[in-house]
Design a protein around this ligand. Sequence first.
Ligand code: 5RP
Length: 218
Amino acid sequence: MSQDDLKRLAAKAALEYVEEGSIIGVGTGSTVNHFIDQLAEMKQLIDGAVSSSEVSTERMKMHGIQVYDLNASGPLDLYVDGTDEATRFLHLIKGGGGALTREKIIAAASKKFVCIADDSKLVDRLGTFPLPVEVIPMARSYVARELVKLGGTPMWREGFTTDNGNLILDIHNLDIMNPVETERELNNIAGVVTVGLFAIRPADLLILGTPEGIKTIQ
Ligand code: 5RP
């Protein structure tokens, strides 16, 4: 089975959590693309979705899924999204696709966050994947200097602008011993919009596609 097959498998398993008549929070990435494609097959059963990125919005609209603004939908029962790394404590690193800010907002506004991934994303400790941080453009160099003081090696994702008009710094070599503490610390740097650590509000359920089938951690 390819990694893509495992992503599709995890995405399919998440359909079980979709309730009839509901509005679903939908994330971003290749795993979520599988979820969107499969959700489209039951689109008449749902009211619609709230999207975490322009890319996911476009894909859902292409399938004829109604996309709502979060301000119009109100609180959501379910959010389905992928991840770049996950631990068994359901702490995540997200933002490889640069959609971390809207993803964090939807996760916060949702009762249940179901994270879907292939089993290569499960790690003992977060931080091998460079941690994305969205920053206000004028604060880029200042934030980078602060990140160096904390022991990280920030790299500017040059040529990339987020859906919110901001920039991304990917932090390499950061020691993430305590994800909740690190998330708080980075959140406090002036000019940081969002940190791609999802530990203060972790996932509620992790669905992993493995060669042996689905594995869930909650
Ligand atoms: C986008 C994300 C994605 O969920 C993450 O990058 C995983 O992507 P993929 O499903 O393509 O492996 O956080 O900002």
